[in-house]
Design a protein around this ligand. Structure first.
Ligand SMILES: Nc1ncnc2c1ncn2[C@@H]1O[C@H](COP(=O)(O)OP(=O)(O)OP(=O)(O)O)[C@@H](O)[C@H]1O
Length: 312
């Protein structure tokens, strides 16, 4: 649904976006992640047809952002990181103004506005003045405005920045609803925890360049310099926990083994399919193992591993 090929933007002699190439499949929530100054907003402005690329190609639903911006705007909704609102109008008046600007026919205008207000939970507030809204409500209003022309693709630049925890959670469930509606959502952020449980795929950028892109499992595998699992093994009999600790400490590739309550925690520098080797040592010694839990890399681990922390 979104394709970038060697997309490049230069400000004077400064290369802000450097031959960026990746694809976003239809219907996905796609995270565009990078530290401050990585070139996310610059890339997004090119996708949103507001900034001209210096070279390369970007297409949305097959339309080139540079040669066919009108077509792109018909299928794409863009929510910038900073947006203005008209303060002395009500929520309904604000949305009605933009629905007219989008030339939504009079016959369907009201039902379209109602649909967008329902989705963003603003219906009950429709007579409130925009100036009286909280930041989270304004964010939802801007998203409602972005949805008026029923775009297939949504491009959201740091949509959760500045929201309190409750508003962030509400925003996340709204994103899931958009995915259920089969929309493709391209969302930028430098806050990883905000995205890790909702995105299907990501592109990680640094200093204008792509570091890695793909679905989370694939990039976790690709970016892994060392296989690493955190293991927690619960032992039924507390008396045997010290001898169990001795056994795992002798096991190859186990590091930082320690006791915590009725469990042994350790890092195991091996593939998950080798985990049984640790358990085998314990079972052979008649240690009563009752539970094993393992966790592999999350989005934050991947990000820290693949980026150098360099900001241009
Ligand atoms: N109009 C401009 N003229 C000159 N330099 C610019 C311009 N716009 C952006 N830059 C520079 O390009 C680089 C990338 O900026 P950009 O805003 O795209 O980063 P970002 O990844 O969105 O950062 P943040 O997470 O802080 O919003 C920065 O070094 C910025 O100073």
């Amino acid at each position: 649904m979104i394709l970038l090929k060697d997309l490049t933007k230069i400000f004077g002699s400064f290369l802000a976006v450097d031959h960026l190439s990746f694809e976003v499949p239809a219907g996905e929530i796609f995270g565009f992640i990078g530290p401050n100054g990585a070139g996310k907003t610059t890339t997004i402005k090119m996708l949103a047809t507001l900034l001209q690329p210096d070279s390369g190609v970007a297409r949305i639903d097959g339309h080139c952002v540079y040669t066919d911006p009108e077509k792109v705007r018909q299928v794409m909704g863009y929510m910038p990181d900073y947006f203005g609102t008209y303060d002395n109008v009500t929520i309904h008046e604000f949305l009605d103004f933009f629905a007219r600007a989008y030339r939504i026919p009079a016959k369907t205008r009201q039902s379209t506005i109602d649909g967008c207000m329902e989705l963003t939970d603003l219906k009950k507030l429709q007579t409130k003045l925009v100036s009286s809204l909280s930041k989270g409500m304004k964010q939802r209003l801007c998203l409602a405005k972005t949805l008026l022309h029923n775009p297939k693709v949504l491009i959201l630049d740091e949509p959760a920045a500045g929201l309190d925890p409750r508003a962030r959670i509400e925003f996340r469930s709204l994103l899931k609803e958009l995915r259920n509606m089969k929309k493709t959502v391209f969302i930028s952020s430098h806050i990883l925890t905000e995205l890790s449980d909702i995105v299907d795929s990501v592109a990680i950028v640094e200093k204008g360049r792509l570091v890695v892109s793909g679905d989370l499992q694939t990039i976790s595998r690709l970016s892994s310099t060392q296989n690493h699992i955190d293991l927690r093994i619960r032992i039924h009999d507390k008396e045997q926990i010290e001898s169990a600790l001795g056994i795992v400490q002798q096991t190859e590739n186990v590091v930082n083994a320690r006791v915590e309550n009725d469990s042994i925690l350790m890092e195991y520098n091996e593939e998950i399919d080798k985990m049984y080797l640790v358990l085998k040592q314990l079972v052979n010694a008649d240690i009563p193992v009752t539970e094993v839990t393992s966790s592999q890399s999350n989005l934050e681990d991947i990000f820290m591993r693949v980026t150098q922390g360099e900001v241009s």
